[in-house]
Each structure stands twice: as C-alpha cells, then as structure tokens.
Design a protein around this ligand. Structure first.
Ligand SMILES: [Zn+2]
Length: 136
C-alpha cells in the first residue's frame, strides 16, 4: 500500500497573446496551462510543492514544457505562473493538523474545568482517586 505521494491541481489555462504555434504556424491556438503539485498522505493533500506548467496548441496538439518554449512564450508563461493562485484545499492536511492540536488543547482545558466543578460539589457516592506524594 502506498500512503503518500504527489498529485496536482490545474490552476489556470490562459490563451497566449500574439503567439504563433512553432509547429503548425497557426496563430492564437496556443494555451498556457498552469498547475500546482502537492504532497498527499492517505489521499489528503498536505501541502503544495511547487507550480509548473506547459503550453498546448489546440490545433496540432503540440505540448511544450517550459524549457522547450520559445523565449516570448516563456515570458508569458512566467507571468501567468506568478499570478496563478493555488486552491486552499491543497493545504487540507496542514489545516487538519492545526485543528486537531487546537481541539486537543481545548478539550484538555474543559476536562480540568469539569474536575474543578465536580470537586467543589461533593455528593454521596462520588469516588475520588488521588496520588499521594510518596507515589503510592
Ligand atoms: Zn500548433
């Protein structure tokens, strides 16, 4: 069984401006896709790792990694990537962890409160357990 791994979420698909596909020479058919990878544990996304992307021509289906893009297209890719915001759910694991810690502190505090109320109103039938200083 694999309990952790990586996944990715698509953030944005933007039509590249004034771009001619270097493969099929059609204009305005190139889109830039941005996605963000995240680590997951038990299929719960924990934290994002980094953004990545590619360009895609809707006419000839040519896909280019950032390294393969012509300079003008690479500039647009960097701009779009910088502006793309990732979804908050990619932090689910972190939020869940913080929530559990807060809840643990809260319930611990509540227990002490209840014990105080209980001790200040003794009734017949109560059972008390206590530790002596000697440890017995
Ligand atoms: Zn093309």
């Amino acid at each position: 069984m694999i309990f952790f791994g990586t996944g990715s979420a698509s953030l944005d698909a933007v039509k590249a401006k004034n771009t001619t596909c270097q493969h099929c020479n059609n204009q305005d058919t190139v889109y830039i896709n941005i996605y963000r990878r995240h680590a997951h544990v038990f299929w719960i996304p924990v934290f994002p790792i980094g953004k990545s992307g590619s360009s895609f021509c809707t006419h000839c289906k040519e896909t280019l990694a950032p390294k393969q893009m012509p300079e003008a297209l690479k500039m647009q890719y960097k701009n779009i990537k910088g502006n793309a915001k990732g979804p908050i759910w990619q932090f689910s694991g972190v939020l869940l962890f913080v929530f559990l810690i807060v809840f643990a502190f809260y319930s611990n505090g509540r227990d002490k409160e209840k014990t105080q109320i209980y001790l200040s109103n003794p009734v017949i039938g109560d059972v008390y357990e206590y530790k002596a200083d000697s440890g017995s």
